[in-house]
Design a binder for this molecule. Structure first.
Ligand SMILES: Cc1cc2nc3c(=O)[nH]c(=O)nc-3n(C[C@H](O)[C@H](O)[C@H](O)COP(=O)(O)O)c2cc1C
Length: 238
């Protein structure tokens, strides 16, 4: 393989935010997962689990996540009394880690930049709360993807298990790209764990860090959006 082929593959991957409903053939999905097993991990422990859903299971998960989103909308809007009402209804986010954290200031500007670019692409203007909510809701519909996966990492090996899980996920996403399958890592899905528990028999030691949507990209304009990829941040020398 030529190094330029690898560079092309890496640059061809992008976060797909609108999928066609066509299922990924089982043999294609199996090949992608087979490539992912070649990812390195600390002491070869592979301290993670991947929960993969396709077909009806994806649709049930989609419905469950959408219901969680709808229940949480007033919390997102920071409406008065929303926390208490959610607590009483037992609909507070039940993810293993908080996902609605404010980013540190020096990182927040990068996140704002990609958000602004994405909203511009979607035609969502400043102050259009309904437009933002509608896009946020599409996350919980897995952007229409026919397959969704969830990465869980062993709690006793954190942070290294999360690191190793990330290496595996990128290997999986690159293989998906090589197979013509689009992907979008979806941290938003880690806001809730309970929908997963109804579909998978999960060891409680494994903690949910992110979801991953997989499928064939549609030709929706949102898929034209490309995030900026600046040089890898490097530590200054003394
Ligand atoms: C762990 C992780 C979680 C992410 N969660 C989301 C998400 O919930 N929704 C979303 O639209 N994009 C999500 N992304 C995609 C990032 O926004 C995207 O990778 C970044 O902006 C760079 O763009 P690119 O993937 O198109 O190169 C996530 C990416 C990662 C690695």
């Amino acid at each position: 393989m030529q190094s330029k082929d690898f560079s092309e593959l890496v640059q061809a991957r992008y976060s797909v935010r609108d999928f066609r409903p066509d299922p990924i053939p089982a043999d294609v999905l199996a090949e992608i997962l087979d490539d992912a097993r070649h990812a390195p991990s600390w002491s070869n422990t592979r301290p993670y689990l991947l929960a993969v859903a396709s077909g009806d299971r994806t649709d049930r998960l989609r419905a469950a996540y959408l219901a969680r989103f709808d229940e949480s909308l007033e919390l997102r809007h920071r409406e008065r009394g929303a926390f208490l009402r959610a607590w009483l209804r037992r609909t507070l986010p039940d993810g293993d880690f908080p996902t609605w954290k404010r980013y540190p200031d020096e990182l927040r500007k990068r996140s704002v930049k990609v958000g602004v670019g994405l909203y511009q692409q979607l035609g969502i203007v400043r102050g259009d709360r309904d437009g933002r909510d509608a896009h946020a809701r599409r996350n919980l519909a897995f952007f229409g993807a026919p397959t969704v996966a969830f990465l869980l990492v062993h709690e006793d090996l954190l942070p290294f298990s999360a690191h190793d899980g990330g290496l595996m996920l990128q290997t999986l996403m690159l293989s998906a790209t090589a197979h013509g399958v689009g992907s979008c890592a979806m941290g938003e899905l880690a806001t809730w764990r309970s929908p997963l528990e109804t579909e998978f028999d999960l060891d409680p030691k494994y903690k949910l860090v992110t979801g991953l949507a997989l499928g064939y990209p549609s030709d929706a304009p949102v898929n034209q959006f490309r995030a900026e990829h600046l040089p890898v941040p490097q530590a200054p020398t003394r």
